[in-house]
Design a protein around this ligand. Structure first.
Ligand code: 8YV
Length: 324
C-alpha cells in the first residue's frame, strides 16, 4: 500500500480531476464507468477511507450500513445530494460534502437555454431542418412565445435561482420567486416574493424550477398546480425531475394548457417517461446543466478539496452538508 488514504471514485471523472485524485490518494477507479448498484458499491468501497460519488449513485441507508468502518467521508461531485442519506451517514460518523457555487453559472445558462429553446420551438426547428422538411420560410412558420418582458416565477431562489433571475433581467423579465425565506433587498433586486409558492403560480408566464429534491418538493408541480399557471405558460426544469409529476406535465403539454416545457432533468433518468417522446413542444436535454469543461473540472477539484481537507489535513470539509 501507498500509505495514502484510499478513495473510491464511483465514476470516471475528468482527466485532471482523476490525476489529482491519483496523486494525493490511493485511488480506486471505476474502470468501466458503469453505475454501481448498492452491493457493488459496498464491495468496491472495502478498505476505503473516502468515496467520491455523483448524483444518482445509490448511497441510501442500506448502502451506507454496508460501508466499511474505515469509511469516513462521502464527497459528492454535485450540488444536489438527495442520493446520499445524510442522516444515515451521520449516525455512522461519515461526513458528506457537495460542490456548491462552482456550477451555478453553467446551470443557470442551461436554464435559459431550456427557457428559450421551449419558447422559441428550437426542437421543432432543428428537427424540421435536419429531416429536410424545411421547404421555405412562411410568415406563420414556427411561431413561438415571446420571452422579453414576460413574467418569470422561480421556485427556489438559492444560488442557481438567483443566477437565473440575473440572466432573465437582461430579457427585461419581471421576476417572481418563492423560497423558504425572503432574500435581502440587495439580492432580491426588485423580484416579487411569494411566501406561499402556490400564490406565485398565477403570475408565471414562465416557471423555472430551481429547488432541491426533498420530501416537500417531490411532485410539487402536479396537475392542480399546473392548472393555476396561466394558459400558455412554459415550465423549465433544471433542478430535479422528481419535483414534477411527469403524467400531469405531459397531459398539460398535450392539451395545450402549457405552451411548452424545457427540461434538463427527469424522474428516473435516464429512463424518462415515455410520454415525452410523443410530444413536440418539449425541449429536452440529457442532464447537461453543469456539463462544461470548466465547470466539471471545478466540481471535481471542489470534491477533492473536501476529501483532502479531511483525509490529508484532518480539517473539517469546507462544504459539509447536514441532513435536511
Ligand atoms: C451533475 C447535478 O451533472 O450537481 C448536481 O446536482 O445534478 C449535476 O451538476 C451531476 O448530477 C453530477 O453528479
Amino acid at each position: 500500500t501507498t500509505g495514502k488514504p484510499r478513495v473510491l471514485a464511483t465514476r470516471h471523472f475528468p482527466p485532471d480531476v482523476e490525476a489529482r485524485l491519483a496523486a494525493n490518494f490511493d485511488a480506486v477507479l471505476n474502470p468501466e464507468d458503469r453505475l454501481y448498484d448498492g452491493p457493488a458499491l459496498i464491495k468496491a468501497a472495502q478498505g476505503c477511507d473516502g468515496i467520491m460519488c455523483a448524483a444518482g449513485d445509490p448511497l441510501n441507508a442500506e448502502t451506507i450500513a454496508g460501508l466499511p468502518v474505515s469509511l469516513r467521508i462521502i464527497a459528492t461531485f454535485s450540488v444536489g445530494y438527495e442520493h446520499v442519506d445524510v442522516a444515515a451517514a451521520a449516525k455512522r460518523s461519515i461526513l458528506v460534502s457537495n460542490t456548491p457555487d462552482v456550477l451555478t453559472d453553467a446551470t443557470a445558462d442551461i436554464a435559459l437555454l431550456c427557457l428559450l429553446g421551449a419558447a422559441r420551438r428550437a426542437h421543432e426547428g432543428t428537427t424540421m431542418l435536419r429531416t429536410h422538411n424545411w421547404v421555405g420560410w412562411t410568415p406563420t412558420q414556427l411561431m413561438g412565445v415571446h420571452v422579453t418582458g414576460k413574467r418569470l416565477g422561480i421556485l427556489g431562489m438559492g444560488r442557481i435561482g438567483q443566477a437565473v433571475a440575473d440572466r432573465a433581467r437582461a430579457f427585461r423579465m419581471q421576476i417572481h420567486y418563492s423560497n423558504r425565506s425572503r432574500l435581502p433587498a440587495d439580492l432580491e433586486k426588485g423580484a416579487v416574493f411569494h411566501a406561499n409558492p402556490d400564490d406565485m403560480l398565477p403570475h408565471c408566464d414562465f416557471l423555472s424550477i430551481n429547488a432541491p429534491m426533498t420530501a416537500a418538493t417531490r411532485k410539487w408541480v402536479n396537475a392542480e398546480r399546473i392548472a393555476k399557471l396561466p394558459k400558455g405558460a412554459i415550465v423549465v426544469n433544471t433542478a430535479r425531475g422528481g419535483v414534477v409529476d411527469d403524467e400531469a406535465l405531459i397531459a398539460a403539454l398535450k392539451s395545450g394548457w402549457l405552451a411548452a416545457a424545457g427540461i434538463d432533468v427527469f424522474d428516473g433518468e435516464p429512463k424518462i417517461h415515455q410520454g415525452y417522446y410523443g410530444i413536440e413542444n418539449a425541449f429536452l436535454l440529457p442532464h447537461m446543466g453543469s456539463a462544461t469543461v470548466e465547470t466539471r473540472n471545478a466540481m471535481g477539484f471542489k470534491a477533492l478539496d473536501n476529501l483532502e481537507a479531511f483525509l490529508l489535513r484532518k480539517q473539517a470539509p469546507p462544504d459539509a452538508v447536514q441532513a435536511s
